[in-house]
Design a protein around this ligand. Sequence first.
Ligand code: SF4
Ligand code: SF4
Length: 146
Amino acid sequence: MRKEFWKNIPLNKLTKKEWESLCDGCGKCCLNKFQKTKKSLPIYTSIACKFLNIKKCTCTVYKNRKKKRSDCLILSAENLEKMARWLPQSCSYRLIFENKELPNWHHLLNDKYKNVHNTNNSVRNFAINENYIDFSDFLLSFKKKI
Ligand code: SF4
Ligand code: SF4
């Protein structure tokens, strides 16, 4: 990967590896979210997609994720402008889109992939698999502003 590519190269010119490496592995985008109205910003819950490995914060069906889950949000340089508002404020793609710095715990800055968990910036310690949720309790569940 090219040196500090996230600072110097437009997102639509990144290699696939560079693009994928931007992801901090927080798992936040795999939490269920809802809107009060069509125009309102999403409210995140602590209820994770059933395909998220919560301990690792990785997708267990990554290559087939769109087939397995039709509402899975697949980011690209082309759709980022449209999707950014749906992403957590800490999401690396959103930060770069908004011309902000990556956080100092990001693995691209220090090569420590566990930092996202060790600094409590992933969903590892609070997410709940949706398979264990009664969705009639959905609105009563924890709402976390992220
Ligand atoms: S919220 Fe952004 S940085 Fe976090 S896992 Fe999703 S795509 Fe990656
Ligand atoms: S299918 Fe995978 S990437 Fe998509 S929301 Fe579920 S866990 Fe996340």
